[in-house]
Design a protein around this ligand. Structure first.
Ligand SMILES: [Mg+2]
Length: 305
């Protein structure tokens, strides 16, 4: 693990660095507080730091406070090292955010043991964060297509709706449904059906703009949220997407298949709710189906909820 040693006394610093290197750590050395601060701003910054209290440029306590003033999911483990061994100093250091404290002169064996404790805590924090991120990702994504799942895309729609109404922006949603998907499943089997769903998610993800969002809201239903600038025409976008899908070929174990989609489009207004907007898009989708599929229909703006 990468460890920072911030100590202005060069003899102490090189002893500390040598000892940590011997234990297999990658050591970054800093001769004053400012250097230490700068080295913590680098990519792949150290995850454990041993800070001397009295240093030029910026002392250890100021450095500690500065580090702790920054919100981070992965806080660096800090051991303060100092001749300021009085109880009040120890309390000040710990209250400022130090994880551990060792008065000088220190015993190298004890310091090594305390560094090992810090590394164990740091490794545990990393694992917890990874596990939490993996759970959060799993809770928000559809396992088959990797797209946002229903709950996540609807949460996103909720946020986008309030953002758009705050800023007076135009927000449009498109509800996509694969035409005759049941027939695909009945003819080629559910495996091919899954491959179609994955294929379509790739086609759509590759065709949207970076500020558009997509999610799978049901079996063969997808929702697209697209913020638009006033004056831009969603018709062009949805027409293009219909064409891209119908012209694409999807490789499946049952051969190369092609599909079409129908899209129900609805514009949000300042009074729109998530449920109302979905209802309007759904009604437009129903119309697109009844008018022959492989097309988009736009919900009547005056009736959009
Ligand atoms: Mg010093």
């Amino acid at each position: 693990m990468r460890v920072l040693v911030a100590e202005d006394d060069s003899a102490t610093r090189s002893v500390l660095a040598g000892m940590l290197k011997k234990k297999g750590h990658d050591v970054v050395e800093a001769a004053n507080g400012l250097e230490a601060w700068l080295s913590l701003q680098q990519p792949e910054a150290p995850m454990l730091a041993i800070l001397d209290w009295i240093m030029p440029e910026m002392d250890g306590l100021d450095l500690l406070r500065r580090i702790r003033s920054i919100q981070t999911e992965q806080p660096i483990y800090i051991i303060m090292l100092t001749i300021k061994g009085e109880k009040t100093n120890i309390i000040t250091g710990l209250q400022a955010g130090a994880d551990d404290y060792l008065p000088k002169p220190f015993d190298y064996g004890e310091l090594c043991a305390r560094v090992e404790v810090g590394l164990r805590v740091t490794e545990m924090r990393v694992k917890l964060l990874e596990a939490r991120n993996a759970l959060a990702h799993e809770a928000a994504h559809d396992p088959l297509t990797g797209m946002l799942n229903r709950r996540a895309i609807l949460n996103h729609l909720h946020k986008e709706l309030s953002r758009a109404s705050r800023h007076g922006d135009l927000l449009v949603i498109g509800m996509f449904d694969i035409d005759h998907f049941k027939k695909v499943n009945d003819t080629y089997g559910h495996k091919a059906g899954d491959e179609i769903l994955i294929g379509l998610s790739h086609i759509l993800s590759g065709s949207i703009r970076e500020y558009d969002s997509l999610g799978r809201i049901g079996g063969e239903e997808f929702l697209m949220i697209t913020p638009m600038k006033p004056g831009t025409e969603p018709e062009l976008l949805f027409n293009r997407l219909c064409n891209i899908v119908s012209e694409s070929r999807i490789n499946t174990k049952s051969g190369v298949l092609s599909i079409t989609v129908s899209i129900g489009v609805a514009y949000a207004n300042t009074k729109s709710t998530v449920d109302g907007l979905l209802e309007s898009a759904d009604a437009a989708l129903y119309r697109a189906k009844s008018e022959g599929r492989n097309r988009y229909c736009i919900a009547d703006f005056s009736t959009t909820k």
